[in-house]
Design a protein around this ligand. Sequence first.
Ligand code: DGY
Length: 316
Amino acid sequence: MTKPVLLQAIGLLPDVDRALAEHYTVHRLPPAGPERDALLARHGHEITGLVTSARAGFDAALLDRLPRLQVISSFGVGLDTLDVPAAKARAIPVGYTPDVLTDCVADLAFGLLLSIARRIPEGDRYVRAGRWTQQPPVAFPFGRRVSGARLGIVGLGRIGQAIARRATGFDMAVRYHARRPAEGVALEFAPQLTELARWADYLVVSTSGGPSTRHLVDAQVLEALGTKGFLVNIARGTVVDEAALVRALQDKRLGGAALDVFEREPEVPPALFALDNVVLLPHIASATVETRAAMGQRVLDNLAAFYAGQPLVTAA
Ligand code: DGY
């Protein structure tokens, strides 16, 4: 039997790439340029499956080059880089990998929250720099209490709800803001994000990216969060007005920020490097061995289901 022909937009994990190569005929998509054009001109009409990721995404222009495309399988939960409406208009199902990463992303939100509140990375830098033993001694500044504090969650999807569950272990008071109240959730809903920010000690962003949430956390929200508050973002950099955030942090009008995501990754505003009231990570919320393996398996399972004539395991 001939193998289905796939276009792979990005290398995933070695085991997943090997499994793809074993079960399919795979063409790797070169970066934009003449090589990519040549590959699409030569093989575009043979391709029935596209493998991509939340980082690599796809757009309508790529779909136009793949006239026989029948299925897309993306590695990641984010849909902001995937033109799902363009795929739907062509009746192409789009698989993605929610659920399997929920816990690790929620864990990292708490890791960041604790890191910025208790100054964990700053303490690490203090010890490594020999400042603990310095004479005369330089006192390490106090952090802020997490247990019993007020947590505001922006976006109460799967990940937001997992963050809320973790907060109960810290005896936190939890409220959330979303487009509308979540069904079957007992937490207090905040219709105004600025009001939630004014109330919260910690504001965690866990909403999806894309045009509808662009700069949802703006200068006004940051002002309301103020010097008593900390921003944690494990969602998408675009949800926060990064320039306003940098200004608020530089002017010490915000308690601090712990960020796993940025507006123009992998670019991070250099002004942040000099500040102690920030924690910066390279978009690693789902990056554990276990979760990435489960995401890779879901990419394979979505494809296998499609080519076996079954519905995708998780479709956008
Ligand atoms: C996701 O799955 O969308 C993560 O943010 C990785 O990009």
